[in-house]
Design a protein around this ligand. Structure first.
Ligand SMILES: Cc1cc2nc3c(=O)[nH]c(=O)nc-3n(C[C@H](O)[C@H](O)[C@H](O)COP(=O)(O)O)c2cc1C
Length: 338
């Protein structure tokens, strides 16, 4: 698989959001997108129920596993498990600012220890036959210069197949992870500079991409884009991106068709004991902007939470949005123009 991954379009790792049910649904929107798991800590894979933590289905592919940690041996072990489970890439999280992660001495704080990251990646590479990549930030509070990022990349580059850069710094003292995705300003120019200075480096831009115009602009300057929140709140955006960036790949005709295609999966999962809510919670933003979207959302949010709710709840909710209007909506004016 080495080198064969198309990184032009990917969907970010997001804890509690990008679980296997979400990925299964998103795959129906975006056949070409590279999808990432939620972050799994390498320690949890070593001590916990690794089989459950790594569970996914072939239909989700291509899926990359994101892991967190800072011990080369433990990371190598976790990488091996991920490789054997069938993930097409193993990504190391060097961007998470949460306090819990800092206490474990991993995530964004490791940007100050590029030599250690290089060791970790080397150990990870030795145990698998798929690309090993890094997701990092531009820097940290106190280390907010291009030279800091450049030194990090120069040190890590020989052991890394691609860098996904969330184009803002991480503030490690006092800002919650949520505010760390909002307050430090985005600076994609620094990522473009990196790609310009190191053209052989595979660089994926992440952060704040919410319309097709931005996506196209970023793709002129780097190898790929990674979409986070917009892919979750407005999954149909990924269908629009896939259609624009991979015009020869067929995509779902409309959102109702997507739900019809998701339904057999929902039914098979219900039969194995998965709750309806665990799957349909990811669909709340599907019809955003269309008349009836709010009723769809409200109905699902109440009826699908009931313990024995079945798939008919979803079909009933979908009837609240007219199929005639489906697929007429483009969310942002910029997207309509590009
Ligand atoms: C709910 C949530 C959970 C996240 N969890 C992770 C994670 O596990 N690993 C990670 O590297 N980034 C995580 N992120 C950050 C995203 O991957 C992404 O870098 C960030 O949202 C910026 O991209 P966006 O502006 O397109 O959303 C998370 C973001 C959100 C909103």
């Amino acid at each position: 698989m080495m080198g064969m991954i198309d990184r032009r379009l990917s969907v970010a790792p997001m804890m509690k959001w990008t679980d296997r049910h979400y990925r299964r649904m998103l795959r129906l929107c975006a056949p070409n997108a590279l999808l990432y798991t939620e972050m799994v800590s390498a320690d949890a894979l070593r001590h916990g129920n690794a089989k459950r933590l790594l569970q996914f289905t072939q239909e989700e592919h291509p899926v990359a596993l994101q892991i967190g940690g800072a011990d080369p041996k433990v990371l190598a072990y976790a990488t091996r498990l991920g490789f054997e489970a069938g993930y097409c890439e193993i990504n190391l999280n060097v961007g998470c600012p949460s306090e819990r992660v800092q206490h474990g001495r991993f995530g964004a704080c490791l940007m100050t220890e590029p030599e250690l990251i290089a060791q970790c990646l080397t150990a990870m590479r030795e145990t698998c036959d798929v690309p090993v990549t890094v997701k990092c930030r531009l820097g940290l509070d106190g280390e907010n210069r291009y030279e800091f990022l450049r030194r990090f990349i120069d040190t890590v580059m020989p052991s890394c197949d691609a860098f996904i850069v969330h184009a803002r710094i991480a503030v490690l003292n006092g800002l919650s992870p949520k505010l760390n995705r909002e307050i430090p300003p985005l600076d994609p120019a620094r990522v473009y500079r990196l790609k310009c200075e190191l053209p052989e480096l595979c660089v994926v831009l992440n952060g704040g991409i919410v319309n097709l115009g931005q996506a196209r602009k970023a793709l002129e300057r780097c190898d790929g884009i990674m979409i986070g929140r917009e892919a979750y709140h407005n999954p149909w955006f990924l269908r629009e991106l896939n259609r624009a960036l991979f015009p020869s790949t067929p995509v779902m005709r409309d959102r109702h068709a997507l739900l019809e295609a998701y339904l057999p999966y929902v039914e098979s999962e219900l039969a194995t004991g998965t709750r309806l809510w665990a799957m349909v919670r990811h669909l709340l933003g599907l019809f955003n902007g269309l008349p009836g979207a709010r009723r769809f959302r409200r109905h699902l949010s109440t009826a699908a939470r009931v313990a024995d709710a079945d798939a008919s709840t979803l079909t009933y909710a979908a009837r609240m949005v007219s199929r005639e209007l489906d697929n007429t909506y483009v969310r942002t004016p910029e997207a309509a123009l590009s």
